[in-house]
Design a protein around this ligand. Structure first.
Ligand SMILES: Cc1cc2nc3c(=O)[nH]c(=O)nc-3n(C[C@H](O)[C@H](O)[C@H](O)COP(=O)(O)O)c2cc1C
Length: 306
């Protein structure tokens, strides 16, 4: 990713806006600084498979393919939402798209707000459909933007921009609180999510961004018509940590303290997968610190679909 970020695409020359600068900051911080949870883990280390000394199966005949959201995946893997909106991000999206097309997997793009507000940035997102004509692609908008006025129109724009198979609505209340430019009004977000789920022809997935989703909230999301939940629990990337590093650069001591205090906040991924998968009948994506195939296998065993 570092190399990709350095080779910005010659096709897109964009003067950075405030959102684009922030997106670039986020990528650089995630690459260069320590942003993983420090004291809380995913919980996968507490899960053990019962080893089968008599597997009675021929390994080469194991079929990893699965169907989720009516789409066939060659394996239960989807690349989480990360970026778009800057020329470096375009190269990252393009490369991931080529990889998921070749391997028969899926991917999400990062928040499309920058391109909804400035159409010249669209290409940094739409490149994914060019490079991945058949892969499962997920569009992305943020919960706070829904509260501020985004509705079905903007959600459809995001979907159409990348000819998406689904729309993810991300929830990041923790990050918004630590971030100086944070949009901290979440009042009414559930109702807006329901409105969008009813208006779109593609499934709506609600995702967290590193602090997990509890059973109670999963049920509320199911009741308003959401089709899938990406738990994005704690144990991997911490957005309080990312914002801690940004606060450090600007010598904002109070936000540094806030970032430190909430660095490990959230529901561990393994716990959130269980919470969600036993309480709703929705497609469940396990993410947040999923780093190895063994983590993936444990997540699937606990009830995740992807
Ligand atoms: C650089 C970067 C940018 C991200 N941007 C977005 C975003 O725009 N929208 C979103 O829904 N999630 C975004 N995420 C959150 C991830 O999709 C994921 O939920 C979170 O990083 C936890 O997973 P991890 O521990 O595997 O990183 C971003 C993650 C990273 C690392």
């Amino acid at each position: 990713m570092k190399r990709l970020l350095e080779q910005s695409s010659p096709e897109v020359k964009i003067l950075p806006s405030q959102i684009e600068n922030r997106k670039l900051d986020h990528l650089q911080i995630c690459l260069k600084k320590k942003v993983q949870a420090r004291h809380t883990t995913t919980g996968f280390e507490d899960i053990f498979f019962v080893h089968k000394a008599l597997p009675e199966i021929e390994k080469d005949k194991i079929n990893l393919s699965t169907v989720a959201f009516n789409h066939k995946f060659s394996a239960p893997l989807i690349v989480g939402a990360m970026t778009g909106g800057t020329s470096g991000a375009m190269k990252i999206n393009s490369t991931i798209a080529e990889a998921v097309e070749e391997t028969g997997l899926g991917m999400g793009v990062g928040s499309q707000r920058a391109a909804i507000e400035d159409p010249k940035l669209e290409k940094t997102f739409s490149i994914v459909r060019e490079k991945a004509p058949t892969a499962f692609l997920v569009a992305n908008v943020g919960g706070p933007q829904l509260v501020k006025g985004y509705g079905a129109k903007e959600a459809k724009e995001a979907v159409d921009m990348i000819e998406a198979d689904a729309l993810a609505i991300h929830l990041n209340p923790l990050q918004e609180v630590v971030q100086p430019e944070g949009e901290t009004n979440y009042a009414g977000v559930l109702e807006k999510i329901g409105e969008i789920a009813r208006a779109l022809d593609v499934p709506v997935i609600v995702k967290e961004t590193g602090a997990g989703i509890a059973a109670e909230e999963a049920k509320m999301l199911e009741d308003v018509g959401v089709a899938g939940i990406d738990v994005a629990g704690v144990g991997g990337t911490s957005w309080a940590a990312v914002e801690y590093h940004r606060a450090k650069e600007t010598q904002d001591e109070s936000r540094q303290r806030l970032g430190e205090a909430f660095w490990d906040w959230g529901i561990p991924t393994a716990v959130s997968v269980v919470e969600v998968s036993i309480s709703v009948d929705l497609t469940v994506i396990a993410s947040g610190g999923v780093r190895t195939g063994v983590d993936v296998a444990k997540a699937i065993a606990l009830g995740a679909d992807l």
